[in-house]
Structures are given as C-alpha cells and as structure tokens.
Design a protein around this ligand. Structure first.
Ligand code: SAM
Length: 427
C-alpha cells in the first residue's frame, strides 16, 4: 500500500462502489497524514526494532492502528482485517505480530505514551505528525497554543467549498437542486455565492461540476480573486493560470466580458483551463498561452493588463490538510529555491501591468519567505509600485498589519493563503 498524494488521488478499486472507494481514499489520506504519530505509537508498543521492520508490515500496522484510533471501526473488525491481510500478503507469523501489537495498543489505549524527547518541537511534531523543522518554525513564530491549533487544523479531514457560477446558473437553482438531493451545505461566512459541503459526490454524480454550474474552490482562493477585484470589460493577465480556478472565478466577476490572458508553462495543465472555460461559459474571454511567463513578458510589446494576477508556485504549506503527503516532501531548502523563481516571476509580471494598473501576488503558503519577504524584495527592486491595503476587499480579520491578505487553516477554517495588492504608478 503506497501512501502518497498521487496514489490518494488516483486510487480506484475495480468493482468497488463509490462509498468503498471514498472510504479507501480517506483511509490512505489519513494514514499518510498521521504517519509519524502512528509510527511513534507502534514503535513504543513493539518490542523489537520498529525502524528496521519490513516496510509492508509497517504499512499494514499503520492502517490497522489508524482504523483503531481515528475511525469508529470496532476493535475485532479492524484487527481481524489486518491480521488476515498480513497473513495473505506476507506470511502467517506476520499475522500473529499484527494481532499482538494492535491488541496491546488497544488494551491500553487510555495510556498511549506522550512523546517526551526533551525537545518541545520534536514532541509536538511526533504527537501531531509533522516534520520537526516545520513545527520549530511555527513555535518560534506563533507560540505553543497557536502552533498546536495549526497542527490540529492540518490534520483535520478537509471541508470543501464550491463557488456557484453565475455565468451558468443562479444561487436559487443550485439551492433547489441541493435541497432536492438532500445535500447538506452552509453558506460561506466570508464570500457570496460560496457554499461549504462535507462531500462532493452528489455534485459530481449530478454533473453540476462538469456542466460548469459550480466549481470547487477553496474560500482562500476566492478571497484572492475578491482582492484582485476584476471588472467587466477589463484586460486581466493571469501569469500562472493553470488549472484555472482563479481565472474562472475572475471571468464570472467580469460578467463574461473582457479578456483574460491565461499563461502557464505546463501545457497539459493549461488544457484544463480551456476545458473549464468551455464548461463555465468563459471560453470567449480566455486566451490560453503555453509559455514561461519570464519569456512571454520579455517579448517586444507584451500585452498590458488592467490587472495582473501572479499566483506563483510555492511550497504549499497552507494546504497541508488537503495534500496529505506534502508535509513529508518539503524541506527548508524548498523555501529558498521557491523564492528565487517567485522573484523572477514577479519581475516578469511587473512588465505586464499598465500604468496605474494592479498586480496581485498570491500564494497558498503561510511562510513569510514566500510571502511578505518576496513583496518587500519586489518593492526594493521596483520603485514604480506600492502596496495597497487589502482592507475593504476582504474581511478585516484576514488583513495583516502590513495590509496583506493572510488566511490560516486554524484561524479561518480554510487553506492558508497570502496575497498582496501592488499598484503601479500612473506615470
Ligand atoms: C499555484 S499554481 C496556479 C494555480 C492557478 N492560478 C489556479 O487558480 O488554478 C502555479 C502554476 O504556475 C505554473 N508555472 C510555474 N512556473 C511558471 C513559469 N515560469 N511561467 C508560467 N507558469 C509557471 C505552474 O505550471 C502552475 O500551474
């Protein structure tokens, strides 16, 4: 059993019904997220050297323990299932070992040991299943209580939000459809025409997504577009556009009029922008261009946008709840590497803003090196731009002291994201 994001996304079980597939996906995502905590508990319960245990046996133990600790699976069902799996996939002795370890933990589940390594960051990282370096950064920045809340938020099963697309349907029609199909939902407290849902299955089965009536989009992404505030008839340049979530939202806010240049260097991902534009009734507005933005902006006389959106590649440290395996793939070095590309993309985007126009720089990370530091460095290189506050565009509680949009999973129950409004001088 592989527990990485690509596998979670692609998981399909032939002949399994949708419910079984969903449960399997949730199980794999949960085990991936909780891996470090599960390994700690298993390591404490196992009498041998857990770290040198064969990989497949570790995976079976993790799955069984996850079901015991995080799902309401009755003990006998969870244990029997994984004992059987170990016997069939490995050998009879492996089944006995799984039985012994899982039952030992279950018998004493009120007294599962607390990590006590003498290092606060490491203890928290073990308990809430994150890399220690990440936790250390957040401890230094937020303190113990807030860091604990953030870690918990990163481990929650993500909620979904969808944007109702006014180019295709109305809020009343979507509400009536959801009512008719018993889909539990609540309005977003932060954005118009946004709904929060626990599951998307009904919308997928009912073709609401494929037909472009609604689009899945985290509220933090919706707030970035609200901050961009594109107007009907304008020219918008989206410099890192694929797969097009924000561009499509912008198209809806532009009421289907104006031009959106959707640039991305990844041809396949850019095709998804075209498909989305077709489905969502925005294809007339969208000019999709496969290109590296740095080269695209360096051409003689590139287009000039009233607004330019630069939603850069980043470490994704604001979306750890949704991307279960990401925390294990990131390192401190990524922050530096990303910063270099982010600066180059910002310089390119600056070439594309008309005098008096607006550049919005956005990320889905909570980390200052990719956010505030990049804006500060940009302003030091470009004295023709100034920060315009996010106040009045997004809820006050999400506006940082420096006037940026900054959302956090534990504070706002949405992805962590950042965005800055940078106004180019008129002259
Ligand atoms: C965070 S994603 C953009 C998400 C998109 N704005 C949306 O809302 O759906 C970043 C995108 O930047 C693109 N990208 C990375 N380097 C680029 C470059 N040098 N020029 C253009 N696009 C680039 C990636 O292919 C990726 O699709």
């Amino acid at each position: 059993m592989r527990t990485d994001d690509a596998f979670v996304d692609k998981l399909t079980i032939e002949d399994a019904d949708a419910r079984t597939r969903r449960q399997a996906r949730e199980l794999v995502a949960g085990v991936t997220r909780q891996r470090r905590w599960l390994d700690f508990v298993l390591g404490e319960a196992y009498h041998g050297d857990y770290d040198s245990m064969e990989h497949r046996l570790q995976e079976i133990l993790r799955l069984g323990l996850y079901e015991l600790l995080f799902q309401s699976t009755p003990t006998h069902a969870a244990v029997d299932e994984y004992v059987e799996l170990a016997k069939q996939a490995l050998r009879p002795g492996a089944g006995n070992l799984v039985n012994g370890v899982l039952r030992t933990i279950d018998r004493d589940r009120e007294h599962i040991p607390t990590p006590d390594t003498g290092d606060d960051a490491n203890d928290l990282a073990l308990r809430y299943s994150h890399p220690t370096w990440m936790v250390q950064r957040w401890l230094d920045r937020f303190g113990l209580d807030e860091t604990t809340e953030l870690l918990r938020a990163n481990n929650r099963r993500p909620m979904y939000s969808v944007r109702i697309n006014p180019l295709r349907t109305s809020e009343a029609d979507v509400a009536a459809w959801l009512d008719e199909h018993d889909v539990v939902n609540v309005d977003s407290p932060y954005l118009d025409r946004y709904l929060r849902l626990k599951r998307l299955q009904a919308l997928i089965a009912g073709d609401l997504l494929d037909d472009g009536h609604v689009a899945v989009q985290d509220e933090s992404a919706g707030l970035v577009v609200q901050l961009l505030d594109p107007q009907p008839g304008e020219t918008l340049i989206d410099g890192c556009a694929a797969p097009g979530g924000k561009a499509m939202h912008a198209a809806a806010r532009m009421e289907g009029t104006g031009t959106i240049y959707a640039v991305d260097r990844d041809e396949q991902r850019l095709e998804r922008v075209e498909t989305a534009a077709e489905a969502q009734g925005a294809s007339e507005m969208v000019e999709a261009e496969t290109a590296d933005l740095r080269a695209w902006a360096a051409r003689p006389e590139p287009p000039q946008g009233d607004r330019v959106l630069l939603d850069v590649p980043c470490t994704g440290m604001g979306v750890l709840a949704k991307r279960a395996g990401l925390r294990w793939r990131r390192s401190m070095e990524d922050l530096e590497e990303m910063a270099e590309l982010q600066d180059e993309l910002l310089d390119a985007a600056a070439q594309l803003v008309r005098p008096g126009g607006l550049l919005v720089y956005s990320t889905c990370t909570t980390e200052p090196e990719e956010n505030e530091r990049r804006v500060e460095a940009f302003l030091a290189r470009h004295d023709g731009f100034a920060v315009e506050s996010a106040e009045g565009h997004v809820p006050d509680e999400m506006v940082s002291d420096a006037g940026f949009l900054a959302t956090f999973p534990h504070r706002h129950r949405m992805d962590g994201a950042f965005a800055a409004r940078l106004r180019r001088d008129e002259a």
